[in-house]
Design a protein around this ligand. Sequence first.
Ligand code: ZN
Length: 195
Amino acid sequence: MTTFLEGLRCRECGTATAAEARSACDECFGPLEPAYDYEAIAAAMSRESVAAGPASLWRYGALLPAPIENRVDLGDGFTPLRRARRLGAELGLPSLWVKDETRNPTHSFKDRVVSVALTKAREFGFRTVACASTGNLAHAVAAHAAAAGLDAVTFVPTGLEAAKLTATAVYGATLIEVDGTYDDVNRLCGEASAE
Ligand SMILES: [Zn+2]
């Protein structure tokens, strides 16, 4: 399967650019999002094609920005729905189901975006991936980088619980504790990545 990605488009002003490793619009600094050929996707995708795919979010590969053959996939997504009868009764919702995202490989929904992002990073030829995180994202990045053969550098604020740090470090990621707020951590990560 190929990809139906056409390029990137600014969410704010609509300016289109090529599918490159960039996140902000040249015109207005708005966020760039993938743009797809939805007509072609509609023609290629069916209930049967989805059901025949892997037991992960990559069964929806037609709606993702990389060919499924290239995927960094630890079994991300495709998490079960659980009936929540008592919560539903409390809320007046007789048919309430919750998506159990703790069943992802590193136990959070962050695995979904990291699976796709690291697939794309490897496709672009990057050797090192980085993130700013208060725990879950660092864990997800470290695990997927280990599986993909990429180096990971994770920036976290000081004072995180030891269990969170251990979960990331066990995958061999470089952990950098930053004495500051999450915004400070995020800024430093962005600046270091640009270098
Ligand atoms: Zn723009």
